[in-house]
Design a protein around this ligand. Structure first.
Ligand code: ZN
Length: 171
């Protein structure tokens, strides 16, 4: 089922709805089309292109932002699909402070790593092995991450997700 990315009036990504649901929002003038999809509906009076990206006319306040679930997919997206130590393609999750040394399994203590670095680092801390992180790991922020976690994003969504922290998540 083709889907449409929904942006807040501020262009902040809010989520994903079906193309038909998006079209109804546009026809009811609750949203405007920002990008067309490839789907064209033909009807007796003419034709309509379903939207790939829409923007709400009125700003919607989001009272609470759910935490981004820590998954392998989301972690690799955060770290650009690369080992943070040597930039080889990421194949494993490394705990910066090893779990055996009391390191937590949370966004602040996990990084994408290749098997080689993960194996080499083993149960040592960065200080012990003399490695450094270029950036401190943190939880990715924003709806863009939840959208990325739901499946394969439409390529037309990318430029709208990128400013909201998903710069690595979509290739
Ligand atoms: Zn590596």
């Amino acid at each position: 089922m083709p889907q449409t990315l929904v942006l807040n009036a501020t262009y902040e990504p809010l989520g994903v709805v079906s193309e038909r649901r998006a079209l109804i929002l546009v026809l009811n003038q609750r949203a405007t089309t920002i990008e067309d999809s490839d789907t064209v509906l033909h009807y007796s009076g003419g034709e309509l292109t379903l939207p790939a990206v829409i923007k709400l006319v009125k700003f919607v306040r989001i009272p609470y932002r759910h935490a981004v679930p820590l998954s392998r997919r989301a972690l690799f997206a955060r770290d650009g699909g690369r080992c943070v130590y040597c930039t080889a393609p990421a194949t494993s999750i490394d705990h910066v402070i090893p779990r055996s040394r009391g390191g937590a399994h949370n966004w602040e203590n996990v990084v994408s790593a290749c098997h080689k670095c993960n194996h080499q680092k083993a149960d040592r801390t960065l200080k012990e092995i003399g490695w450094k992180l270029k950036t401190l790991p943190r939880e990715p922020a924003g709806a863009a991450w939840r959208i990325l976690g739901t499946g394969k994003p439409d390529t037309r969504w990318i430029s709208y997700l990128r400013p909201f922290g998903a710069e690595h998540g979509v290739a």
